[in-house]
Design a protein around this ligand. Sequence first.
Ligand code: PLP
Length: 472
Amino acid sequence: MNQQLKQDLHSYPQILGAVEQNAETFLNNLEEWPTAVAPPQLPLADLPAQSAGALAALHEFQQRFGSLMVASTGPRYWGFVTGGTTPAALAGDWLTSLYDQNTQSASQTGDVSAIVEFEALQLLRQLLNLPAHFFGGFVTGATMSNFTCLAVARQWYGQERGVDIAEAGVFALKDLKVLAAQAHSCVYKDLAMLGLGRSSLHKVKLLPNNREAMDVADLEAQLIALNGEPCIVCASGGTVNTVDFDDMQAIAALKAKYNFWWHIDAAFGGFAACSPQYAHLLKGWEQADSIAVDLHKWLNVPYDSAVVLIQEKHLNLQLNTFQNAHAAYLGDPKANFNYLNFLPENSRRMRALPAWMSLMAYGQEGYRDIVERNIACAQWLGSLIEGSDVFQLLAPVRLNCVCFTLKDQPQEKVSQFLSTLVARGVVYMTPTVYLGQASIRAALVNWQTTETDVEMAWGEMNEVISEILAPI
Ligand SMILES: Cc1ncc(COP(=O)(O)O)c(C=O)c1O
């Protein structure tokens, strides 16, 4: 064995101790840690010829990158839809690396880490009030979850047309339509990756009054026009700008009349189900064929984590879609369940453990508190904006996102305001375009966010706006 590796083998206490020290410094200072840094011009390092060991590599990382890490896991990182990491989830993530299982099967002698995945899925279904007939698995994020669900939907579509698409390929498909109103950008990417093409998505009209939810009457008209031909309906369980929800009950009623696969992208909005106050937004979603839920958002586990939830009755379609070619060393896919025949990836880390740990640690009560507190904070920020002379709220705060702009100011001022705000490093928000105008989104999904953070952010927003609107 290489001398340095041998030395590291006997230095775990020092190496892990140094990492713990690193973690303590970061976590103890997270409140003040900047939410953004200016990207430095760092030359890329060369591969060392000699072995220097783990502590030297850690030192190098801390020197060059440590202070450049941003507080994306902190309470005022409101960009994109970025969750933090609960203490239990962090512990679970570290253990995932420690054990380094390749999560596959739960039925053969050998690795049994899939049981952790089955249990995590059960805990999640119970949190989200979904029936046990949703079978699932862990993937890296909602993009991959939507991809996986739509891949099985594609297989279902082929079956309806008498074609095994997994065997024959997409060439055998004609006229596949995906009907959606305000699909997330990643759905278009998924359709491209699936060989269906972005143009397979046909827009359903939106409801009037600047809503981002689908007009179900228009959806029905498009279904009638298909004259019994199958299609895929992709519903939104929370849009990114205004967190609008498609009417799940109305779509469920259409499912009884028309022939479609119903998929829901509930990447973060699915967590409304944790709260009796907001669960009505998803009423009827349990009748969908497939649902995508991101866990590195509102569950507050580290990246990369999301689940695919597909009705168990479609298990054969899922197997047909993702089955490996027969390989003796992988066993018989029909005789023994193995995740590598049900999801896009073959080898996978024990991705479910952080979620398992966090769900076990905080349960129904803990998650309901996170979700309701985030929503209350977002609503408060929304009401401050609504009462202001300089900011303009662009949509009601339906859940956890605040979408706003500057009153009577040109687009450049909105960009200047946002870049100045972000550069100060106290609160992070991201730009968007809503109703054709330059706008800003604040998405609150962090377990640590409190009213104090809203106060701090509001203070910052007002300082920045006074600065940029001050007469020169
Ligand atoms: C509604 C929705 N769908 C899909 C995604 C993509 O998620 P990911 O980046 O985890 O792949 C997001 C991300 O914000 C989202 O909000």
